[in-house]
Design a protein around this ligand. Structure first.
Ligand code: RNT
Ligand code: ZN
Length: 421
């Protein structure tokens, strides 16, 4: 009965959209093909499995809160990811950090990690995931304790991190090979000064050199893509960030690498939605870290807010979704972690749907005629079109709960599994 109602409401919505030139069935077919890369690190507050019990998070990023039930083993994290993904419509990707390796309980130094340390992840992910993405871990380590890695003045330390970067590309390529979809391996480093430096140039020169060494070997882009992620500041690194936006924009354009735009890595009134079109003109592809900064780079769970919708619209309107890799980056330890994943990832998919339901060509025509009144009328009217009916129908068709009923499932999981950890 309930199912029938969702279908009936969808049929009405479909007609409403058809009247403005949008084919909702075609939109849902397209939406199915757009994967979101869900980040592993929401499940354990960016702890990882290098050491039993996880590592102390450092590098200017912070997960705050003490909600019980966080994953403490690989099996627990996988079970939590499976639970979350079972409540999200579509087939998605998993974004792993190097510190989530499966070392079989024997510590492996970061410059010595190999594809075999991720084989159990790959085996687990086959048939479940569209693919995997990867990240070298340049933080939470004694060789990063003074805040510098690839731009460190000490060559020995730089070399150690360069070796880590090279090792990670090999792992990413192996993931890409085994899944048959390119793995994006994203470089983010914490390198920054708390207080004003005298030399802003040399660390950036060293970073460019280190990156060039890491990327020296060509890897088939159908298996593996490199991305670099800029940042404005971190906790304890407020005055100068080596890998600033200008640095990485220049680096990515000159080396034809992917640029990663993290929603929390800019001044508070700067929006990454505004930057996407420019980056796409000059970089071969784009990686996003969709996040929600609240007053700072706080990595709150992604909400269905104006900026998320604006990001999704820019992605869809670009007509180049296949060149845009949508990753999530948030870590909230103050709420149920599985729910956090489900909320953020469902919101991302929901925003993509909302964006795809726009009659973009009609809007473009109106804009070209310089009819800005009509444009505003259309934008505002779209907000109250019955897009939620299309969303419910999509969830139903994809076999996941509609509305907030997914949370009943998470509460039961908390009772049966999380609370017993
Ligand atoms: C840090 C960056 C980076 C990390 C992850 C864990 O500010 O956003 O992407 O959040 O690598
Ligand atoms: Zn990020």
């Amino acid at each position: 009965m309930v199912h029938q109602t969702i279908e009936q409401i969808y049929a009405v919505a479909k007609e409403r959209y058809a009247a403005i030139g949008v084919d909702t069935d075609a939109v849902l077919e397209k939406l199915k093909t757009v994967p979101v890369s869900m980040h592993c690190w929401q499940g354990d507050d960016v702890g990882g499995f290098e050491h039993v019990g996880g590592s102390e998070l450092s590098g200017g990023i912070q997960a705050t809160g003490h909600y019980p039930g966080k994953a403490r083993t690989i099996d627990q994290l996988r079970a939590d990811i499976e639970k979350a993904m079972s409540l999200i419509p579509g087939t998605h990707r998993l974004n792993l950090h190097a510190c989530y390796l499966d070392n079989g309980g024997v510590f492996v130094e970061r410059n010595e990690i190999r594809p075999e340390h991720f084989q159990s992840w790959i085996d687990w992910g086959k048939g479940k995931l569209n693919g995997m993405d990867f990240n070298p871990t340049y933080f939470s380590h004694d060789k990063a304790a003074d805040g510098f890695t690839l731009s460190h003045p000490d060559k020995g330390i730089r070399d150690f991190w360069i070796e880590h970067g090279i090792a990670c590309r090999k792992i990413g390529a192996e993931m890409g090979k085994q899944f048959g979809t390119a793995t994006v391996t994203n470089v983010w480093i914490p390198d920054s000064y708390k207080d004003t430096p005298v030399d802003r140039v040399s660390p950036r020169q060293r970073l460019a050199d280190s990156l060039d060494t890491i990327f020296a070997e060509d890897i088939d882009p159908t298996l593996h893509l490199d991305a670099v992620e800029s940042k404005l500041f971190g906790i304890g690194g407020e005055s100068y960030t080596v890998g600033s936006h200008e640095f990485y924009m220049g680096y990515a354009v000159s080396r034809q690498k992917l640029l990663c735009l993290d929603a929390g890595h800019f001044h508070p009134t700067e929006m990454i939605s505004e930057k996407i079109s420019s980056v796409m003109m000059f970089c071969p592809e784009l990686l996003l870290h969709v996040s929600r900064p609240v007053r700072w780079d706080s990595d709150h769970v992604v909400c269905f807010d104006d900026e998320l919708c604006q990001i999704a619209k820019e992605l869809v309107r670009s007509g180049q979704l296949e060149k845009i890799h949508i990753g999530l980056d948030f870590f909230d330890a103050s709420i149920n972690r599985v729910a956090a994943w489900v909320i953020g990832t469902r919101n991302m998919v929901k925003a993509l749907l909302f964006a795809m339901l726009e009659p973009t060509e009609r809007l473009r025509a109106v804009e070209l005629e310089m009819d800005f009144t009509q444009r505003l009328v259309m934008f505002e009217e779209l907000k109250s079109m019955p897009w939620t009916a299309v969303w419910d129908y999509y969830c139903l068709a994809q076999g996941v709960p509609t509305g907030a009923t997914w949370f009943d499932d998470v509460k039961q999981y908390e009772k049966d599994v999380l609370s017993k950890r």
